[in-house]
Ligand binder design. Structure first.
Ligand code: NAP
Length: 263
């Protein structure tokens, strides 16, 4: 889908949704740098995609400015340019509002929101310079969540961070529009990754999710990757500042749906 030869960075790509996006981009002909804090899994992820396309791994903690600088420099060294950034790295921390520790609030905000800002600013500065030199604008895709809109009482910093992601997406889109650089976000519902592992082990938790999912199933990472591929491509050339929700119908639902007995 128009990603042939493009140079892309995907953060948090060692597993889950980020890995599926990296696979999809590589399959569509992009040169992909997987960035992640998990060195071992990141290397293995890159190796597992070697047959699919041009893929490499760069260690990066998105909340660390020096790591971010290194990520941009390493990508430019490897591919000479950056056309696409997917800010996917994110963590969750479950705890009640009254019990939540300051350090855990900071930890989630540091990765989910500040990290997205740091990587975006570093890449956008490069993209703007390229446009000013007569080059092509790029595209940025941020990973939000339906929790940017909904609230779960035991996921305080996560919901707050994703609300911030939607606003960051809008301000970045407006700031970069004069250069033709597009910025959009994806808001997944419940997607089958390690982040949602309780769903596979706890039937009550799974049924709770399904009772709020009209399509009647948990989403798959490749279904989010398909949206990332669209938003990153010129097929989405007139879209900026938007969050696209892929949630099996949860946002329009102001009730619950019946869940068939799994046994
Ligand atoms: P995941 O399976 O936990 O994968 C996230 C990856 O990000 C992991 O490899 C993780 O490494 C890495 N990471 C964590 N902190 C990082 C940092 N500081 N710098 C760079 N990488 C870091 O999560 P996922 O389910 O694929 O979620 C990916 C994104 O989608 C997140 O932003 C999440 O909020 C969003 N999302 C997910 C769902 C869902 O249902 N799964 C729904 C809505 C939105 P470690 O393993 O070492 O922590």
């Amino acid at each position: 889908m128009g990603l042939e030869g493009k140079s892309a960075i995907v953060t948090g790509a060692a597993r889950g949704i980020g890995y599926a996006i990296a696979r999809r981009f590589a399959n569509d002909g992009a040169k992909v740098v997987l960035a992640d804090v998990d060195e071992k899994r990141g290397q293995e992820a890159a190796e597992s995609l070697a047959d699919v396309g041009t893929v490499s791994f760069v260690h990066c903690d998105v909340g660390e400015k020096l790591d971010v600088r290194n990520l941009v420099a390493a990508t430019l060294e490897q591919h000479g340019e950056i056309d696409i950034l997917v800010n996917n790295a994110g963590i969750i921390h479950g705890c009640s509002f009254l019990e939540l520790e300051e350090a855990d609030f900071d930890r989630v905000l540091r990765i989910n929101l500040k990290g997205m800002f740091l990587v975006s600013q570093a890449v956008a500065r490069y993209m703007v310079e390229r446009v000013e030199g007569g080059g092509e604008p790029g595209a940025i895709v941020n990973m939000s969540s339906i929790n940017a809109v909904f609230a779960i009482p035991d996921n305080v910093p996560y919901s707050v961070s994703k609300g911030g992601v939607n606003q960051l997406t809008k301000v970045m889109a407006l700031s970069l529009a004069p250069y033709g650089i597009r910025v959009n976000a994806i808001g997944p519902g419940s997607i089958m990754t390690d982040m949602l592992s309780t769903i596979t082990t706890d039937e009550a938790a799974r049924n709770k999710v399904l009772s709020r999912t009209p399509l009647g199933r948990i989403g798959e990472p490749h279904e989010i990757a398909a949206i990332a591929a669209f938003l990153a491509s010129s097929e989405a050339s007139y879209m900026t500042g938007q969050t696209v929700y892929a949630d099996g119908g949860r946002l329009p639902l102001n009730y619950t749906v019946p869940v068939p007995d799994a046994s």
